[in-house]
Design a protein around this ligand. Sequence first.
Ligand code: PLP
Length: 403
Amino acid sequence: MDNTVRKVYADNAATTAVSDEVLQAMLPFFKEVYGNPSSLYELGQQAKAPLEEARAATAACLGAKPNEIYFTSCGSESDNWAIKGAARAQRRKHGKPHIITSAFEHHAVLHTCQALEREGFTVTYLPVHKDGLVRVEELEAAITENTALVTIMYANNEIGTIQPIPEIGQVCKAHGVLFHTDAVQAIGNVHIDVKAQNIDMLSLSGHKIHAPKGVGALYIRSGVAVDNFMDGGAQERGRRAGTENVAEIVGLATAIQRATDTIDQRVARLTPMRDRLIDGVLKIERSRLNGSREHRLPGNVSFCFQGVEGESLLLMLDMKGISASSGSACTSGSLDPSHVLLSIGLPHEVAHGSLRLSFGDYNTEEDVDYILGVLPQIIDRLRNMSPLWDAIKTGSVNYDPYM
Ligand SMILES: *Cc1c(COP(=O)(O)O)cnc(C)c1O
């Protein structure tokens, strides 16, 4: 009997491993080329050139110009900067205090919007439908003459649904409203062209695409008024001070080039794996897929299982070598059900039994086989221990008519 536990990392939406290619690209900048890019002597200029090449490469991946790319410390910083910076500038210049977002954004967006409410902004939180999508008509109807900014994520980190971003960009442009999108999960999975899709600002993060944690970027279309993020030196054209994290910026640029050059291959490889996983898991009784099956990231699936508690499910999967998540990494540790699952209309009791499996470039068909082999038994065991399962099975407790 083989007792070695297989390891399956199925939490690529939480973070990814740094790729060898990214690591190799970064290494020279820790010890040999350690100069400050702002220094005029050769060692400094040796760091400056790769920094600007990284900017140009990142821009090219998005259809942007190099001077529209600002490097930041993470996706959360990019979201904070875009939303606070644009909202405050719009209110000051044009007296517009209204922001539109969706109910299921990442906390980096939601909590930023809530902070702006405390500064006197009004925020509309668009409903998200059962399919995990906002409706463009509802967005358009929410726009008023006071609307400064719309911020809608490209793809959701918990349930993987992809929003109609080009259509949203079109509506925002037609109404003269700025449009920001958090594209952290979308990079490498969807073809993005900020000009063609009328995106004014876009956030991305390195560690979701095989670059290290602690580096991100923000695209700001030239001409869009956004307050500076950090005062200090003249780095990032005076708008985001702080000596540049050259190594990680080079790593980010390497990763985003690889991610965007291989979108079609990634989609072609992961989509059938994802669909096989969905079909296999949905054979488990009283299970559901969260969000549209069609408008979904190629590597993301999210399920709920009635009569199962998400945290116990994760622990049992972990004992089988499977790293997965229930809700988002940011909400785990608290017992509150995920705001994302509640936003698509799930009752608390159902939202508690959620499981997100997210695949990336290092996952294989064997990972799918392994998950499909162990998951049904684990669900069975947990249900047999649950005081509620009998009542759910006999129908005397019914949380969700769709399961
Ligand atoms: C991970 C993530 C973020 C935050 O990025 P960090 O680099 O971890 O700050 C923001 N938005 C989405 C959709 C994410 O998945």
